[in-house]
Design a binder for this molecule. Sequence first.
Ligand SMILES: *[C@@H]1O[C@H](CO)[C@@H](O)[C@H](O)[C@H]1NC(C)=O
Ligand SMILES: *[C@@H]1O[C@H](CO)[C@@H](O)[C@H](O)[C@H]1NC(C)=O
Ligand SMILES: *[C@@H]1O[C@H](CO)[C@@H](O)[C@H](O)[C@H]1NC(C)=O
Ligand SMILES: *[C@@H]1O[C@H](CO)[C@@H](O)[C@H](O)[C@H]1NC(C)=O
Ligand SMILES: *[C@@H]1O[C@H](CO)[C@@H](O)[C@H](O)[C@H]1NC(C)=O
Length: 945
Amino acid sequence: MLLCLCISLLLLLLSVPVVHSAYPTFNDDVLGLIVFKAGLIDPQSKLVSWNEDDDTPCNWLGVNCDPLSHRVTGLALDGFSLSGHVGRGLLRLQFLQSLSLSNNNLTGPINPDLPRLGGLRFVDFSHNSLSGSVPDGFFQQCGSLSYVSFAGNQLTGELPVSLSSCLTLTQLNLSSNQLSGELPSGLWNLRSLQSLDLSYNYFEGEIPLGVSNLYDLRSISLSNNRFAGELPGDIGSCSLLRLVDFSGNSFSGRVPETLQKLNSCTYLRLGRNSLTGFVPGWIGELRSLESLDLSANRLSGRVPNSIGSLDQLKELNLSTNQLTGGLPESISNCPNLVSLDVSSNRLTGNVPQWLFKTGSALQQLQVLDLSSNVFSGEIPSNLGSRSSILVLNMSRNQLFGPIPPSVGGLTMAHEVDLSSNLLSGSIPSEIGGATSLLELRLNHNSLTGNIPADIQKCSPLTALILSENNLTGQVPAAMANLSSLQFVDLSSNNFTGSLPKDLTNLSHLLSFNVSHNSLEGELPVGGFFNIISPSSISDNPSLCGAAVNRSCPSVHPKPIVLNPNSPNSSQSPSAAASNLSHRKIVLSISALIAIGAAAFITLGVIAVTLLNIHVRSSMSRNPPAVTFSAADDYSCSPSTDPNYGKLVMFSGDADFVAGAQALLNKDCEIGRGGFGIVYKTSLRDGRSVAIKKLTVSSLTKSQDDFEREVRNLGKARHFNLVALEGYYWTPSLHLLIYEHISSGNLYKHLHDDSNCLTWRQRFGIVLGMARGLAHLHQMKIIHYNLKSSNVLIDECGEAKVGDYGLARLLPALDRCVLSGKIQSALGYMAPEFACKTVKITEKCDVYGFGVLVLEVVTGKRPVEYMEDDVVVLSDMVRGALEDGRVEECVDEKLKGNFPAEEAIPLVKLGLICASQVPSNRPDMEEVINILELIQCPADGGQEVG
Ligand SMILES: *[C@@H]1O[C@H](CO)[C@@H](O)[C@H](O)[C@H]1NC(C)=O
Ligand SMILES: *[C@@H]1O[C@H](CO)[C@@H](O)[C@H](O)[C@H]1NC(C)=O
Ligand SMILES: *[C@@H]1O[C@H](CO)[C@@H](O)[C@H](O)[C@H]1NC(C)=O
Ligand SMILES: *[C@@H]1O[C@H](CO)[C@@H](O)[C@H](O)[C@H]1NC(C)=O
Ligand SMILES: *[C@@H]1O[C@H](CO)[C@@H](O)[C@H](O)[C@H]1NC(C)=O
C-alpha cells in the first residue's frame, strides 16, 4: 500500500519536466529505477534486490555505478525475462552510459528521449518485441551514442532521416526487423561507422553511391533483403572491411573488381543473388579470406586455379551455379579448408583423387559436397583416408564401379550420400566402420548382393535409404539392432525371405518402405508395423499379415506346379452374341422421352422428393438424345492367347491341392464370361471357392498394375459383395479366387421357369444390390459390368454382387474392348458407353442397377428379341407408367401377390436410375435411402423372404 502510494507520487513527480537535483531527499537513480521497475513484469523476480528503501542502487542486480560518484552508469538486464514497456524512469539516470536490455520480452515503442541522457553511448535492445518505427527523435538528439542495436524486434517503417546526423555512431544493428524502404544516401555520412547490420529486413532498391566515405567500416551486412541493381562499385575503398555480406538479395551484374582491394576481408558472402559472369581469377588475391560464398548465382566458366592461394580459406561455397570444367587440384593447397560445396553445377571429369590423398594439405575437411554435377569415374579407393569428414555427398553424378571398402574409414561421418549414380557391386561390410553415421543414402544405383550384417555397427543410424537397387537376400535381422532408425527405404530391390520379427523393436521408426520386392511370409506384428501404410509394403506378392489384408497360412504348403490344358478355343463370344452382331441392330433407345419430371412428381412418390432439385430441373430442361449403336460395339472381338505356360501356385491363404486339378476338369466349370472361365473348387479346409481364369490375351497390364488393381478390389469387403479371396499371376495365367456362392445367379432365379422369387425376396435383393454397389462406389470402384447373371444369390436369398471392377484390369479403359467384354450386358449398359466424349462414372452402374430393378420387378429381360421386333424393357415400363398401367408390368409369376404401394415407386425408382443422362441418376446412397422409405413399414424393414 505504501509502495503503491509512493510510486504514484513518483509518477506524478516525473510528469513535470526533468529538473536536476531538485529532490535532495531522494537519490535520483533510486527514483528512476523504481519507476522503471514499476513498468515491468518480472516473472522470475530478478529485480527483487531493487528496493526503494535503499539509499543507493549500486548493489542492485544488473546495476553498475561509477565507483567515485556512486551514480548509475550502466544497466545490464539481459535475459531477465522482463516484459512490459521501457518506461520514462530511465530518463532520471543522468549518468547512464550503457543500457543493455537484450533478450527480454519488452514491448511497445522505443523511447526517443533516451539519447538526451548525454552520456549514453551503448544501447542494446536486441531480441525483444519492440514495435513501431525507429523514432526520428532518437537519432536527432543522438548525444554521444556509439553502439545501437535494435536487432531482433518487430520494428517497421523506413530508416529515419535523422540517422545521418548521428555522427558518433560506430555500430548500428537493425538486423531481423520488418524495416522497409530504400537506404537514404545520408547513411554514408556516418563517418565513424565501423559496423552496419541491416540484414533480414525488407529494404529494397539500389545501394546509393558513397559507401566509400566510411573509411572505418569493418563489417557490412545487407543480407536477406530485397536490394537490387549492381553491388556498390566503390566498396573496395573501405579498405578495413573484414566482413561483407550481401547474400540473399537480387543483386545482378558481375562480381565488382573493386572487391579485389579488400585484402583484409575474411568473410565474403554474395550467395543467393543473380550475379553473372565468371568467378574472378583475382579472388586468389584476397589472402585473408576464410569464408567465400558465391553460391546460388548464375556464375559460369571454370573454378579458377587461384583459389588454391587462399591459404586461410575454411569455407568455400560455389554451389548452384553454372560452373563447368574440373575442380582445380590447387584446392588441395588450402590447408584450412573445412567445407567445400560445389554441388549443383556442371562440373565434369573424374572425382578428384587428390581430395583423398593421404598427406595432402586437406586435413581439416569436414564437409565435401560434389552432388548434382557430371562427375564420372570410380569413387577413389582411398575415400576413407579423409577421416575428418562429417558430411560426404557425391549423389547425382555419373559415378560407377564399386563403393570402396575404405568407406569404413569415415569414422566421424554423419552423412554419406552416394545416391543416384551408377554404382555397382555390393555394399561393403566395412561400412560398419563408419560408426558415427546418421544417414546412409545409396539409393538409385545398381548395387547387388545383401545388406551386410555389419551395418548394425553403425548404431546411431537414423536414415538407411537403399531403394532402387538390385539388392537381394534377406533383410538382415541385425538391422533390428539399429535402434535409432527413423527412415528406412529398401523399396524396389529384390529382397526375399521374411522380415525379421525383431524389427518391431525399432521404436523410432517413422517410415519403413519395402515395397516392390519379393518378400514373403508374415509381416512383423506390433510397434510401427501396426500402423505401416499399405503402400510401404505393396508389391511383395507373398507377404501376408493384417496390413496387407492377407491372412497368413499356418502351414506353408509346397508350391504346386501344373501344366493345365491350353484353353478351349470356344472362348469366343457366346453364340447369342455373335448372332446379334450379324443382325447389326441399331437400337434407338426411346428413352429420348425424358422421364416427364412433372408427370412423375405429381404422382406424389415420397421417393422422388428425395432427389435433388437440380436433378429434376435439369431433367425437364434437357431431354437427352443419345443413339446407341450395337453394331459398333461388336467391331472388336476378343482373341485367345495360345501361350499358356506353367501354373505355379504359391502359398497364400488358399491351399489348392484338390482345386488345381479342377482347372483341368471341365466338369468343374461353372460359368463363362467376357473376362474368362469360372471353375468351382474347394480348399483343403473344405471351403468352396470360385476360381476365375482370366482370358490373359487382352489383360496386358503389367504385373504391378494388375496386382495393384486386384488388391484394391480385394479390399472391397461387404456383405452384399462376392468377396475376392485372392489371385495368382504368371505371365500367361491369371486367376482370381472368389468366395463361392452356391445358389446360382439372379438371372437364373428370375428367368428359369422352375424358380419364383416372392415379392419380399425381390425387394430384399434390390436393397442388397444397392448396398453392395454403394459400398463399391464408396471404395471408388466402378462395377462396369452389372447384369443379373453377375448378381449371385446365397442360400438365405441375399444378393451378392460379383465380377466388379474387372474392366480396370484391362490395359486401358478402352470402350471398344470393354464393350466386347461385357457385350452380354447389352441392355444394362449405360448410353454413355457409346459416346466417347462422356466420362464414365459410377453413374453407369446406377443405370445398370435401374435396369436390374425393372428386371427384378417385371421378370423380363432388359432386351427381348421377338420375331422382328426388339423390346427394350425400360421403354416398355415407361410407356406403361405413362398410361397408368404399371401394375400390369409386375411379374406374372407373382400372381398379384405384391403390395402396389411398393411396386409402383420401385418401378419409378428403376426408371430414374435408368435415365439417359448420367447426372439425372441418383447416387447409390440416395437409392438406399429411397428404398428404405419405399419399403412398407409393416414389414419391419429387415426381413427377407
Ligand atoms: C517471452 O515470453 C514468453 C511467454 O510469453 C516466454 O516463453 C519466453 O521465454 C520469453 N522470452 C524471454 C527472452 O524471456
Ligand atoms: C546484429 O545482431 C544480430 C542479432 O543479435 C547478431 O546476430 C549479429 O551478429 C549482429 N551484427 C553484428 C554486425 O554484430
Ligand atoms: C552453400 O550454399 C547453398 C545455397 O546458398 C546452401 O544451401 C548450402 O547449405 C551451402 N553449403 C554449405 C556447406 O553451407
Ligand atoms: C537389376 O537387374 C536386372 C537384371 O539383371 C536389370 O535388368 C535391371 O536394370 C537392374 N536394375 C537396376 C536398378 O540396376
Ligand atoms: C529377383 O530374384 C529372383 C531370384 O532370386 C530372380 O529370379 C528375379 O529375376 C529377380 N528379379 C529382378 C527384378 O532382378
